[in-house]
Design a binder for this molecule. Structure first.
Ligand SMILES: C[S@@+](CC[C@H](N)C(=O)[O-])C[C@H]1O[C@@H](n2cnc3c(N)ncnc32)[C@H](O)[C@@H]1O
Length: 229
């Protein structure tokens, strides 16, 4: 028996088996990895950007966000607007003022300044639901409300995505409760705008109003996952 030949052939066969096994294992792990859709990637990117903004106000598109509608507003006194990143005050868009005892839902509350203002409008007999998909932003909103002495219990914080998705939050959206739904600079960030409008509608009581403050672009740009706003 040619032991030398046998040894060489054995090593070659072993090497080949190893290469084939590695290719098989790589294929298996690629096919078993959870597939993330483009929509979920975009939602994740939005949450990532707003978590970064919650950590540091220097990281964001929000610098110089318009504060239209807040000037001279009694309920806005002392409310920190530095973290506002919407398009001005949605509450001043109402044809009738928000009143004591009403229920307001803020879709995408961010740092929570509109929710604080709404809490002063509805008072202790009313309720404000501050909804956001980014848990870190909800924490900032809660801290701001505490700093503004909002009595406990008026604002409820809801961790949820207004346009659905797989990992947008853990709480159920309030349904059929709101006299007024507001949203300020958020719909432009949603992947499924139809779903976001359905959420606003489902949140309203019959006869409630939806006050939307947002931006849109004409013509519609191609989706750029690097854009934060
Ligand atoms: C431009 S900021 C506006 C925040 C606040 N409304 C304001 O006026 O400053 C957008 C906020 O919407 C939240 N957001 C983005 N997509 C969302 C979604 N699908 N559902 C709920 N909140 C969302 C972000 O986490 C962020 O806090």
């Amino acid at each position: 028996m040619d032991w030398q030949k046998l040894l060489v052939n054995g090593v070659l066969a072993g090497g080949l088996a190893y290469v084939v096994y590695q290719a098989y294992a790589r294929r298996q792990s690629a096919s078993s990895a959870p597939k993330v859709s483009k929509d979920e990637r975009l939602r994740g990117e939005v949450r990532y950007q707003y978590s970064a903004y919650a950590e540091s106000p220097d990281v964001a598109c929000a610098k110089g966000a318009p504060t239209w509608g807040y000037a001279g507003m009694e309920e806005a006194k002392g409310v920190p607007l530095q973290r506002a990143c919407g398009g001005g005050c949605p509450l001043t868009l109402a044809s009738k003022p928000v009143t004591k005892g009403e229920v307001v839902v803020d879709l995408g509350c961010g740092a929570g300044h509109d929710a604080i203002i709404a809490s002063r409008m509805v008072g202790k007999t009313g309720k404000v639901y501050a909804v956001d998909t980014t848990s870190d932003m909800l924490k900032v909103a809660e801290e701001n409300a505490t700093a503004c002495n909002v009595p406990a219990g008026i604002i409820a914080y809801v961790h949820a995505s207004i346009d659905g998705g797989d990992n947008g939050g853990k709480d159920a959206m309030p349904a059929n409760v709101a006299d007024v739904v507001i949203s300020n600079g958020v719909f432009n960030l949603t992947v499924d705008k139809g779903a976001a409008f359905k959420t606003a509608y489902a949140t309203l009581k019959p006869g409630g109003v939806f006050l939307l403050n947002d931006c849109c672009v004409e013509p519609t740009p191609s989706v750029n996952a690097d854009a934060t706003c």
